[in-house]
Ligand binder design. Structure first.
Ligand SMILES: CC(C)(COP(=O)(O)OP(=O)(O)OC[C@H]1O[C@@H](n2cnc3c(N)ncnc32)[C@H](O)[C@@H]1OP(=O)(O)O)[C@@H](O)C(=O)NCCC(=O)NCCS
Length: 167
């Protein structure tokens, strides 16, 4: 029998200033400078930048935005995993870390917006018990890594919610 490839180690943690260069390596012309801004916002509070690593390398990122107390708070934002690291569990690990963080911060639910034609994210969210609320909003397309021209610039997003209370 052929030897099995060792599985890479998945780690998820809060980003630090030292992660800036690795995160900036995935910026596009549309997102230039946003990594630095997000790290600044984390320092300002109620805004959490979370990185996912395969072995020791940053391969994904997601944000928890708790700054507002509107009907979409707290919000999971800007989840991405680099294309060659997908389907290895980072999407689940990043999302689960954020849910735990939101629960520890005292939130009962977590919200996100997703374009209704996203072929990877919707199955991911459904598999993790997110449900569509029926609400929609227009958003800005900040596609980080799926090409400069991925989708329209102002897509309509469906709002999903997950309860963080024990069932
Ligand atoms: C969505 C995304 C973050 C998923 O990351 P990932 O690391 O590949 O996710 P995981 O490996 O944890 O996948 C977990 C499950 O999600 C579902 N899933 C993930 N990608 C899928 C795809 N392309 N097609 C169908 N189901 C998919 C599967 O159920 C998968 O489990 P399986 O691999 O055992 O079948 C990644 O595809 C991505 O970065 N996409 C581009 C950016 C984006 O759309 N972000 C979300 C914005 S709302």
């Amino acid at each position: 029998m052929p030897a099995q490839e060792p599985q890479p180690q998945v780690t998820v943690r809060l980003a630090t200033a030292e992660d800036r260069e690795a995160l900036e390596a995935n910026e596009t012309t549309k997102t230039t400078g946003l990594t630095a801004r997000y790290l600044e916002m984390q320092d300002e509070g109620d805004f959490y930048v979370v990185v996912g690593l395969l072995d020791d390398e940053i391969r994904g990122r997601v944000i928890l935005d708790c700054r507002h107390s509107n009907e979409l708070a707290p919000e999971m934002k800007l989840l991405w995993v680099v294309p060659d690291a997908r389907r290895q569990g980072l999407g689940v690990a990043l999302t689960s870390y954020l849910e735990k963080l939101a629960a520890e911060l005292g939130h009962d639910a977590i919200f996100l917006g997703v374009t209704p034609d996203n072929p990877a994210a919707i199955p991911l969210y459904i598999s993790l018990d997110y449900t569509p609320t029926g609400a929609h909003r227009s958003a800005v397309n900040l596609s980080v890594i799926d090409g400069e021209n991925g989708g329209t610039d102002e897509p309509t997003e469906a709002i999903y919610r997950k309860s963080l209370k024990l069932r």
